[in-house]
Ligand binder design. Structure first.
Ligand code: GLU
Length: 476
């Protein structure tokens, strides 16, 4: 955090929670029960590497068990600490409730810089960390289901799943102990792109409502909108790529670890990504302006700002200078509570993290269900669906012949209509539906209640309401 007056990440989340709760009428004491983190487990373990024992510190925090399993990623980063995992676990509770993924909230982290270690070393560290968590049921298909987060991906999830399997050889549902696995290891199509895809669907939904676009002092469609993205990791890369390739957005700024690049004409996301892979950063990318102090580009004039990296990047020190009228929080907690207030007063519309980046856990939910049902989505119905479509196409074919030149099918109609949905199409459809429905639930409060000024408060109201309902259903 950049300023002494700035609260910690967890306090920041709690402040936002409190703002919303003040507008609710919860039974006495329930508010505190929901807000606090139930438990945080800290583990310190040693792994013999490079001729000596290295001690690592890891965490798994469980925020709320109103629904089980609890869910949330495992992060590998040097900055990992208890306050951070607790804030992130709390956000998971609210996120899952908002998008109706039937989980409580959890989060894990390991204090490590993954780039410092070779693959086989990372595997040994991950398996050892997983062992510590598995033996305490902190990784378990029915109790606690981790997923990727910053610094982890399919590879780490595959190691965790395998470790679970070794320790629970007869658990037929073992694969559901973790999500974000590779496809051939029990994963699901579309999980890797899911969080970025969700950011795109969230923006598409906002732009379906001219009133909301106007609230963000913008007009028209996503086409041609100038976008600045911070972090071209898994989330930022997919969000920027889809917005550029499918919605016509212009990526005018990309902020990375080593600085930022800008271009009024727009940056090609794919080329920038390849450049980063090859050169380790954005510096030197052709036909763009390099800005060494990348953070300054957060303050650049643009239509949409997508912080997709770390928490706390928009804070008391820079919030007043941020010019974007619309911010979508692809990262968790990128805007601190203090910055949120400054931006709100300026009339900036913020699409909050718990909604904006919920695509990941939504598709994790689909993966978990797939693992428990032991069958790929679409396997039973696809050909049947195609056969029924064929009937219509046959009828249209006959009509086409009969009507001669006066009518004919559009050339690619047949091909498009005939193709039954495979797993990827079904996952995307489920994700799109989820993002639309959750947006509607926030929107109703945002526009429907005078005391709800912003989407974040609306998001908290919806999710806290849902968590409170579950507690009531439990008789508490
Ligand atoms: N780490 C992601 C998040 O923060 C995904 C969590 C999950 O899929 O369980 O939402």
């Amino acid at each position: 955090m950049n300023s002494a007056q700035e609260p910690s990440f967890r306090e920041s989340v709690d402040l936002m929670f409190n703002r919303a709760v003040a507008l609710m009428d919860l039974p006495p004491g329930l508010e505190e029960k929901i807000r606090v983190c139930n438990a945080t487990y800290t583990v310190r373990f040693g792994v013999r590497l490079r001729g000596k024992i290295h001690t690592f510190t890891g965490y798994r925090s469980v925020h709320s068990e109103h629904m089980e399993p609890v869910k949330g990623g495992i992060r590998y980063a040097m900055g990992v600490n208890q306050d951070e995992v607790e804030a992130l676990a709390a956000l998971m509770t609210y996120k899952c409730a908002l998008v109706e993924a039937p989980f409580g909230g959890s989060k894990g982290g390991l204090r490590i810089d993954p780039r410092e270690w070779e693959e086989d070393e990372l595997e040994r560290i991950t398996r050892r960390f997983a062992y510590e968590l598995i033996k305490r049921d902190l990784v378990n298909p029915s109790q606690n289901v981790p997923a990727p987060d910053m610094g982890t991906g399919e590879r780490e999830m595959a190691w965790i799943a395998d470790q679970y399997k070794r320790m629970n050889t007869t658990d037929i549902n073992g694969r559901a102990c973790v999500t974000g696995k590779p496809i051939n290891g029990g994963g699901i199509q579309g999980r890797t792109e899911a969080t970025g895809r969700g950011v795109q669907y969230a923006l598409q939904e906002l732009f379906r409502h001219p009133e909301d676009v106007k609230a963000a002092k913008l007009s028209g469609t996503l086409d041609g909108k100038r976008v600045v993205v911070q972090g071209l990791g898994n989330v930022g890369y997919h969000a920027a790529k889809f917005l550029q390739e499918e919605d016509g957005c212009k990526i005018t700024g990309i902020i990375e670890r080593d600085g930022a690049i800008t271009s009024d004409a727009g940056l090609d996301v794919e080329s920038v990504r390849n450049w980063i892979m090859k050169h380790g950063g954005v510096k030197g990318f052709p036909d763009a302006t390099y800005v060494e102090n990348g953070g300054l580009v957060l303050e650049q004039d643009c239509d949409i700002l997508i912080p997709a990296a770390l928490e706390g990047v928009i804070n008391l020190s820079n919030a007043a200078n941020v010019k974007a009228p619309l911010i979508i929080e692809a990262a968790n907690g990128p805007v601190t509570a203090g910055a949120d207030e400054i931006l709100r007063k300026k009339g900036c519309v913020i699409v909050p993290d718990m909604y904006a980046n919920a695509g990941g856990v939504t598709v994790s939910y689909f993966e978990w269900v797939k693992n428990l049902s032991h069958i790929r989505f679409g396997r039973l119905g696809r050909r049947q669906e195609e056969a029924r479509h064929q009937l219509i196409v046959d009828e249209l074919n006959a009509l086409d012949t009969e009507l001669g030149d006066s009518w004919s099918m559009t050339p690619d109609f047949k091909q498009k209509y005939l193709r039954g949905a495979g797993e990827l199409e079904l996952v995307r459809s489920g994700l799109d539906d989820t993002m639309r429905a959750a947006y509607q639930s926030m929107r109703e409060l945002w526009h429907g209640r005078d005391d709800v000024e912003d989407l974040r408060t609306a998001a908290y109201l919806v999710s806290i309401g849902k968590v409170a309902d579950s507690y009531r259903a439990l008789g508490l």
